[in-house]
Design a protein around this ligand. Structure first.
Ligand code: SR1
Ligand code: MG
Length: 402
């Protein structure tokens, strides 16, 4: 194990000496740019003079957002390679393809998706979202059903789950998403304009208890190989729903582990709420409404895909349709709770969202306050809600917040 850290200068040598990559790109005419904008890794985009491109992603031995003061396992690259490969096999049209994984250098070579844009970037610029959340929801149904015990059988499922333990990355989620925002932590930071609201929440045992229920679910529910960090910055998009080049791809799967199926949908929905809160804070009410109105279709797309896959379960005699109905109810409950936790952590904890952080100073409280209040409600009321009521609730919170 050498774990050499790649640099713009050393990428050509890496490609020339890595057999699966040689010939894919002309390294003599190639330009290389480091384009990583995530919290953890470095990413190199290479392009030769014939226009051929290659993406290399390397796990650093620490968290990029913080620096060497926060060491982090490079094994996360293996987790990502495994999850992307597994999910690609189940939904090739919706997942970034792995070309090569080098377990000695922790480097993934990935399909070039540079004709796509990061979905959060598009949303922050006021761009189109039609059909994207539904596509991601279909993806979640395909990959989560396909990696569940219902598709793999009990023994295959257990072996898969054992192989995909991702303790250090799960610990990040347990701490940053499911602990520190509620009980306090040095990594939290709160904008002065919402300090009162956060203090109110942190004195509210019902809110804390609901978050801890979600931590219980995160730690103890082992249902399927979840993406684990399915926010709008983990989704590439190209074109618009009715254009021939429309494409939606999930990437950045290093947080993948065997966890609760509702987690991925919940993270996605929280990011819809943040995008809507941004629009609302900027006075774009119609856009906020159109974003929030995607949550129900997102759930419906997930359910429709799961119902379509249901007849393929390996032991139909053991699982009548009534099981599916109660399972769906439990997944929805989890999704709402995880959405609530993700909303709250993105305002209070480390790793905030550019949707809210890039708002003008005098609009910050309007955006962040709504995300936090809706997040609280999602956590506390997750079991007793109709999805369609969230638009009304958002509007009420928005009115109360300005
Ligand atoms: C230290 S990592 C911080 C956050 O970035 C990742 O994308 C996850 O969301 C994680 O919680
Ligand atoms: Mg990421």
């Amino acid at each position: 194990m050498t774990n050499e850290m790649l640099t713009v200068e050393s990428v050509a040598t890496y490609i020339n000496t890595r057999e699966p990559l040689t010939g894919l790109i002309d390294t003599t005419s190639m330009t290389v740019a480091e384009v990583g904008d995530g919290n953890l890794n470095q990413v190199f985009l290479c392009e030769d003079d014939a226009g051929r491109k290659l993406v290399l992603k390397q796990a650093l031995p620490y968290v990029r957002l913080v620096g060497p003061a926060w060491p982090m396992t490079v094994d996360r690259a293996a987790r990502e390679a495994h999850a992307l490969t597994t999910h690609s096999a189940l939904a090739p049209e919706l997942v970034c393809r792995v070309i090569d994984y080098n377990p000695d250098e922790y480097v993934l070579a990935l399909e070039d998706l540079s004709d796509h844009e990061v979905f959060r970037t598009r949303l922050n610029a006021g761009g189109d979202h039609a059909g994207v959340f539904e596509a991601v929801s279909r993806l979640t149904a395909k990959v989560l059903f396909g990696t569940s015990w219902l598709a793999l059988g009990e023994e295959g499922f257990r072996l898969q789950a054992a192989e995909t333990t991702n303790s250090e990355l799960c610990l990040i989620t347990e701490e940053l998403v499911l602990t520190e925002p509620y009980v306090g932590g040095e990594r939290n930071s709160v904008h002065p304009t919402i300090k009162g609201l956060v203090s109110e929440l942190q004195a509210d045992d019902a809110w804390i208890a609901a978050a801890m229920q979600m931590k219980r679910r995160f730690l103890t529910c082992q249902e399927a190989l979840v993406h684990g960090d399915l926010h709008t910055g983990s989704i590439f998009v190209r074109g618009t729903e009715n254009s021939a080049d429309f494409s939606v791809r999930a990437f950045d799967s290093e947080f993948a582990f065997y966890g609760p199926i509702g987690l991925d949908l919940g993270l996605l929905w929280a990011n819809i709420i943040a995008a809507a809160a941004r629009a609302s804070a900027l006075g774009e009410d119609d856009r906020a409404t159109s974003l929030l109105q995607t949550i129900e279709p997102s759930w419906n797309a997930f359910v429709a895909e799961l119902r379509a896959l249901w007849p393929s379960r390996v032991k139909p005699a053991e699982y009548p349709d009534a099981f599916l109905e109660s399972w769906l109810a439990s997944i929805l409950d989890d999704a709402l709770g995880f959405a609530g936790a993700e909303c709250c952590r993105r305002i209070i904890g480390l790793a905030k969202l550019s949707d809210i952080e890039s708002l003008p100073e005098d609009r910050y409280a309007a955006g962040a306050g709504v995300v936090l209040r809706v997040g609280r409600s999602l956590l506390i009321n997750r079991s007793a809600r109709e999805l369609s009521t969230y638009l009304d609730e958002f509007n009420a919170e928005r009115a109360a917040n300005v």
